[in-house]
Design a protein around this ligand. Sequence first.
Ligand code: MF3
Ligand code: CO
Ligand code: CO
Length: 268
Amino acid sequence: MAIRIKTAKEISVLQECGKRLAAILKALQEKARPGTATGEIDLLAQNLIRDAGGIAVFRGYRVEDSPPYPASICTSINDEVVHGIPRPDTYLREGDILAIDIGMAWPRESAKEFPSYQGRPLVTDTAVSFSIGNSTRESDRLLRGTKEALWEGIDEVKSGKRVGDLSARIQKKLTEYGFGIVKGLAGHGVGYELHEDPLIPNYGKAGTGPLLKTGMVLAIEPMATLGKGDVRLDRDGWTFQTIDGSASAHFEHTVVLTPNGTLVLTMI
Ligand code: MF3
Ligand code: CO
Ligand code: CO
């Protein structure tokens, strides 16, 4: 399908959605301590999304023959790369690497900030990884490098560039660090739906792929591991884990290309 261009009005709604989502993610991050259950973080997310006037778009989401996703966020610990399911009996431990991924559509009902907005709710998507309690040098390095790769990708979002330029920049940074690159999972367009075209792989060839244009909204999301990049799908139908058991990190922002440059929407 074609890449869907968002209007200026839609972009202002996405900005509000992204700001609110960033504030929610920050609150979730503060809640994540040794001894916290990931299910408690999910419950907090559910409440904060409701209070923000948004819709938890992950809940009930399906891909191909997957079961409907059962939570408002993904919580992926250590060797879990993405789509870990929060559970009331999964407790965070000192030294864990936790990735929290959250998406929201906004507004759920007509928003007083946008009295003239008659359109549908619009989606932003963001993720952060961090250590629970004390970290190790290796996990710090994994977190730093993966986050740098995200910002390398964001820096490539410019008129006239192509998706492959972005992918190549991310790959270069992850390779510099010697990380495993997860090839079966990618970033994506976002906005009217959680997943839209284009697909944004975390590896690729500069100068290839779709041209970036004003009004495109992209979720850029490098995932990296301390070992090989090979992953398998857990029996729960959602959680991707590294096959070699190595730790993994994931960072994601939703960005938009405007006539005045690139805005990172999922920041406070
Ligand atoms: N937010 C994930 C992404 O970055 C997708 C989560 S789908 C879910 O693309 F169903 F697991 F929530
Ligand atoms: Co996400
Ligand atoms: Co995403």
